[in-house]
Design a protein around this ligand. Structure first.
Ligand code: FES
Length: 175
């Protein structure tokens, strides 16, 4: 594989991240996210690229990338689908949704479908308990009140290479 690089536009974007913070170290999270969006996963050569671009020790960048679950140091399937099975979602269908995915797609022990297209993980609270059970796709698209039927529709979209449509969450009036 060729040595990974950032394009001039990406380097400008990273410098813009750095200008928002007092130190370059603080720009490591958005830079890791940019790298993950570009390369799909954060393998050691990509972590090295991030470290060199920011002028940081490799160990610091690796420490951040391996601490937060949003960063993928090893991608196991084309589409990452995280089902919240935490307290509220677990009680409101999240567990059943997980079981449905596991059985209907014959997921292996790592949550990956046999064709490698889908990689399921259980998620901790995604901050959308109000619309449980919540599901997050690729760490950037949330879907709410997910039933097995809705999950099937989401998978159909992903098979076509499309994220499910953006859903806004209604803010409930306490009155
Ligand atoms: S418990 Fe699932 S979003 Fe909070």
């Amino acid at each position: 594989m060729d040595t990974p690089t950032f394009s001039p536009a990406e380097k400008n974007q990273i410098e813009a991240f750095c200008r928002k913070y007092p130190t370059r170290q603080s720009a490591v999270m958005p830079t890791l996210w940019l790298a993950q969006e570009k390369f799909g996963e954060l393998t050691p050569p990509i972590l090295r690229l991030v470290a060199e671009t920011l002028g940081l020790p490799y160990a610091h960048v690796e420490g951040v990338a391996t601490f937060y679950t949003m960063y993928l140091t090893q991608r196991k399937g084309k589409w990452l689908i995280e089902i919240c099975t935490c307290f509220t979602c677990g009680e409101c269908g999240g567990r059943e949704l997980w079981d449905y995915a596991e059985e209907s797609l014959s997921l292996n022990q790592e949550g990956v479908s046999p064709d490698g297209l889908f990689w399921f993980r259980e998620a901790e609270c995604l901050g959308a308990c109000d619309t449980a059970p919540a599901v997050q796709i690729e760490g950037r698209r949330m879907v709410f009140s997910v039933t097995p039927h809705k999950l099937d529709a989401i998978l159909d979209s992903l098979r076509k290479g499309e994220l499910p449509p953006f859903e806004s969450v209604p803010i409930r009036n306490p009155d």
